[in-house]
Design a protein around this ligand. Sequence first.
Ligand code: ADP
Ligand code: MG
Length: 225
Amino acid sequence: MPDTLIEAQALVRTYRQGLTSIDAVAAATFRLHSGDRVALVGRSGSGKSTLLHLMAGLEVPTRGTIAWPALGSAETLLPAKIALVFQAPSLLDSLTVSENVALPLLLGKRPGDIDQAVRDALATFGLADLAGKLPEELSGGQMQRVAMARAIAGRPRVVLADEPTGQLDQPTARALLDALLAHLTGTDTALVVATHDLAVAARMETVWQMARGRLTECATTMEDT
Ligand code: ADP
Ligand code: MG
């Protein structure tokens, strides 16, 4: 049996917006197991980012429960056990590409050769030549690949990627996903990719659909050939 990494029951996250409030996540019940490959799809504003932040332990639920049976308590998850790739660029401006990728390894006190892990992660996404560059010298797409390299460098149990191909053209998006899936093949790392790109969703084993904060459907896609 694969490990249950994340388990949520009737999860709700409400935000105040002026005089009203909005249930960004209105009802989400799900389990994520080791090895799962999930596409989280839904329109802009449907609650995908909020759900990923709840899964990472970054946001606290307003109601309902979320637990990480095989991982531990919410405060211990980031960055070593769960890696979150934010929707907005999140590289530190004053650090080089290599230093950005090394940062969670240093914070997570990962044992072993950090330099080697950084080189491997950069190579996975074809970024070796950019190791010494600063973020301001990169294109948007390159920054997204560096953020992805940073996420996988520490071999987390869960990768949560928020619209990782949002700024990329189709061939570049496909290459990024190819590299990510190839890297994860044979590992039991779980992957959740929020996307409104159906070509991305079709590459995952499972599709979770969000609409107005509700996780309404869990469909299984055809295996990509
Ligand atoms: P998605 O990622 O699918 O676009 P989000 O999770 O970002 O959706 O947002 C879901 C809803 O919650 C939207 O209506 C958004 O405006 C609202 N929302 C998200 N974050 C906040 C926040 N920090 N404060 C107030 N409202 C928020
Ligand atoms: Mg979002």
